[in-house]
Design a protein around this ligand. Structure first.
Ligand code: FAD
Length: 325
């Protein structure tokens, strides 16, 4: 029995969201009295993978096949399934990310494993049952799900658990090959285009996001959003109607029909907080809402609320951040 953690990497480094997943997997392993092994996808340096020891991982499997740097559903599924078989993993932990969602369901079929997505807590294992808590209805409700069978897959929602960190602990990095063939990469992308944000911060991975809605009144006022984002080193985002009328490009639209963000800080400026918008932002760690209507629904989801006019509040906030820098 062992725990296998799927660790996503990009640009030579383990993604921050995967540090949380690694820590989650290590804690599940400790609960079950076993160890956690990681399988890396996306390409990272050996030193970076070894530092997963700080999250409690004991061993990292790494397949040096260069085509694994880009996402391929077939190849990633085969890689992880082969690692799970080799390690006799009974629990597989991955991120509730786009990659996790695509691969998790395939792994579930391939390994005949039960699967729970959007998991927000460590499992409860009392009474012989394996129970996980998962978010539902865009975070409006939770359900406790009993996972059965010999193999279980858990997709962990970002920012739902604390990543533990034991400085200086090193994991063993072990070379691994899933014997992937050309056919396994038949679905690989021919070209990957990343939409860069102003300031070079990519929205899906951003730790800080400043977002504007229809309350910003028009594209000519977006300088206020950009100034605050620049002062914070944040990415910029918007609500759907804003991108629908071309005030902002579509790749900045967050929500149910746009991008999902999970930053440490999401600042919503002149956004009402419709459920479709919240669906894309409600796993942010801290939400700050600026809205002149004290009854705006977004205040219910906010950690901090400022009832005020964005045109007065934003310049003051930006000036205060600049003073701190
Ligand atoms: P509004 O609802 O018009 O709100 C503007 C807010 O600004 C108000 O709360 C107002 O009080 C405030 N305001 C106005 N002036 C000021 C000021 N000077 N200072 C401070 N505050 C001010 N929406 C998304 O965002 N993302 C999605 O992915 C998405 N998907 C959808 C999918 C479907 C199927 C449907 C039906 C809708 C979807 N929507 C989505 C639209 C969603 O329902 C809302 O209509 C939208 O989020 C509202 O955008 P908004 O908050 O910018 O605008």
């Amino acid at each position: 029995m062992s725990v296998l953690v799927v660790v996503e990497c990009a640009e030579g480094e383990v993604k921050k969201s995967s540090l949380e997943v690694a820590s989650y997997g290590a804690q599940v392993a400790a609960q079950l009295g076993t160890t956690a092994t990681a399988i890396a996808v996306g390409g990272a340096t050996e030193a970076n993978l070894a530092s997963l020891g700080e999250q409690g991982i004991t061993k990292v499997l790494y397949d040096a096949e260069p085509r694994l740097k880009e996402f391929s559903n077939n190849a990633y599924t085969k890689l992880i399934a082969t690692a799970a078989e080799q390690e006799q993993a009974t629990i597989i932990v991955l991120a509730n990310s786009n990659i996790g969602a695509a691969v998790g369901s395939r792994l579930s079929v391939r390994l005949k494993a039960s699967l729970a997505t959007n998991v927000v807590e460590l499992p409860k294992t009392d009474g012989g049952q394996f129970v996980v808590k998962r978010g539902a209805f865009s975070g409006k409700a939770f359900s406790n799900v009993v996972l059965s069978g010999d193999r279980k897959i858990i997709a962990v929602k970002k920012n739902s658990t604390e990543a533990r960190h034991e400085a200086g602990k090193i994991a063993e990095v072990v070379s691994f090959s899933a014997q992937l063939s050309d056919a396994d990469f038949a679905d690989a992308p021919t070209k990957v285009v990343m939409q860069e944000q102003a300031g070079g911060v990519l929205l899906p991975e951003a730790e800080l996001v400043v977002s504007g809605g229809r309350g910003m009144k028009g594209p000519e006022n977006w300088g206020l959003i950009e100034d605050l984002a620049k002062a914070l080193g944040a990415a910029t985002a918007c609500s759907k109607p804003v991108s629908d009328v071309d005030w902002r490009p579509h790749h900045e639209h967050v929500g149910q029909t746009g991008i999902t963000v999970s930053p440490n800080l999401y600042i919503a400026c002149g956004i009402s907080g419709a459920i479709q918008h919240l669906a894309g932002v409600n796993s942010s760690k801290v939400i700050v809402v600026i809205n002149k209507d004290p009854e705006a629904p977004f205040f219910k989801a906010a950690d901090y609320g400022i009832v005020g006019d964005v045109f007065e509040v934003l310049p003051k906030l930006t000036a205060a951040v600049k003073e701190l820098n």
